[in-house]
Design a binder for this molecule. Structure first.
Ligand code: SF4
Length: 419
């Protein structure tokens, strides 16, 4: 047999055995129960960077709340973010809603069965477009993500760096060749399923693998050294000081939250006020968190500059929030609302490089926040005093959701103990 014939045989074997295995082993996932392109689209966006187990309850809630493209297009953005709360990478939710509006306006609410049209939707890249077109419409389009590249690199013993763009193009060509006629939907799902369940990143389960007999990496003992992938730059660490401001008097039992600017990181989501902290100068240049006194002093100044009348009292907890390019380490301090400075009511907040608080009332005071690079003078948001029950009305990034939940849990325990 020539090398070319061997290649063809290996490809045909792969497709045949993978499909057979899939029909017997596929998981019962909610988005697999229909061929609804909208459901498939939502699931594929949610599954980016997120595990299936995590996605399932989010998917079910999302579909119940936004059952059609139109319902998603017409919803307030706050509701969409609230439904996405905890899933992370919130730009996915915003892009999804933007794209739903495109589908409503340009395609009468029907997800288009057309490569160019699907590609034109906000947040839809080559993988998602391929997944929608193949899974929902059974079109022979490849859907190549990191999982698929791992499987193909191993099975065909490919040593190309999967972090590089040209490798993806090569893999897409190969994946398209492997799709058996009329089987694009099942085949692409089978490939994804193999990557998720069997040919996993660290410990591929080669023995029960349906394509093990012809897998070149396994035959060469290379299954754990492939794929080749150059490491991404690690996220940059950033120390921040956060204020958990507890209300008094009319605000007793409430905590102050603010809304982030309308654009940029975590746009329009709600959070505890926080600002960057300069690294501690320990003389060795190693940085790290500020000592408590310096942190309290810094936070006092930040709060003052922001026009928030509160006094930092004690360290409460540390928490981390990881983005793809940055890791926040938040040192959270309990702060008490004060009477001495003008009280922050519920109102608008202007983020910017301003040094002084300005009280421009428009249904509430307007406050310039400390220069933290998190927004421009044009960005605006709001502040609110909230109870635990009010949390249901605001979308928080994970780290603040957990912080606030922990805080209110603790308050409940205390109040029960004092009864
Ligand atoms: S035999 Fe092992 S390395 Fe090859 S595709 Fe199967 S699980 Fe992956």
């Amino acid at each position: 047999m020539t090398q070319q014939q061997e290649q063809l045989e290996a490809k045909a074997y792969f497709s045949r055995h993978l499909l057979e295995w899939y029909h017997g082993q596929k998981r019962d996932l909610p988005w697999r129960r229909h061929r609804n392109p909208y459901y498939i689209w939502i699931s594929e966006i949610m599954l980016q960077q997120t595990r299936v187990d995590t996605v399932i309850p989010y998917f079910n809630r999302f579909i119940e709340r936004f059952p059609t493209v139109e319902s998603l297009a017409d919803a307030p953005e706050e509701d969409v973010l609230k439904c996405w709360e905890g899933l992370g990478y919130y730009s996915r939710a915003r892009n999804l809603q933007h794209a739903a509006r495109q589908v409503k306006e340009q395609y009468g609410g029907q997800v288009p069965n057309d490569r160019e049209a699907v590609f034109s939707l906000k947040g839809v890249g080559p993988y998602t477009a391929g997944a929608i077109l193949s899974i929902a419409f059974n079109r022979p389009e490849p859907a190549v993500d990191g999982n698929v590249m791992r499987v193909l690199s191993r099975y065909f013993l490919l040593e190309d760096d999967i972090a590089k763009g040209p490798t993806r193009i090569k893999m897409e060509r190969l994946a398209a060749e492997l799709i058996p006629e009329g089987e694009a939907s099942h085949f692409n799902q089978a490939l994804m399923e193999l990557g998720a369940l069997v040919c996993t990143p660290k410990s591929p389960r080669c023995l029960p693998c349906p394509v093990m007999e012809h897998c070149s990496a396994r035959l060469a003992g290379r299954e754990t050294s492939l794929p080749v992938k150059t490491k991404a730059k690690p996220p940059r660490p950033e120390e921040r000081l956060a204020a958990l401001v507890e209300g008094r008097g009319a605000h007793a039992g409430r905590v102050l939250i603010r809304q982030r600017p309308a654009s940029g990181l975590l746009a329009r989501m709600w959070e505890l006020p926080h600002w960057p902290a300069p690294p501690a100068d320990d003389g060795a240049g190693s940085g790290g968190p500020l000592p408590a006194d310096a942190a309290l002093d810094r936070l006092r100044r930040s709060l003052r500059t922001a026009g928030i009348s509160a006094r930092p009292e004690a360290h409460y907890m540390a928490a981390e929030h990881t983005f793809s390019h940055i890791v926040w380490t938040l040192q959270v301090y309990r702060c008490r609302e004060e009477e001495a400075l003008p009280r922050v009511a519920e109102g608008r907040v202007v983020y910017g490089a301003g040094a002084a608080a300005s009280a421009i009332d428009a249904g509430g005071p307007q406050i310039e926040l400390f220069a933290d690079g998190s927004g421009s003078r044009e960005d605006s948001g709001a502040v609110r005093w909230i109870t635990r029950e009010d949390m249901a009305n605001y979308a928080f990034p994970n780290v603040f959701l957990k912080l606030l939940t922990a805080y209110f849990d603790e308050q409940d325990v205390r109040s029960r103990a004092s009864e």
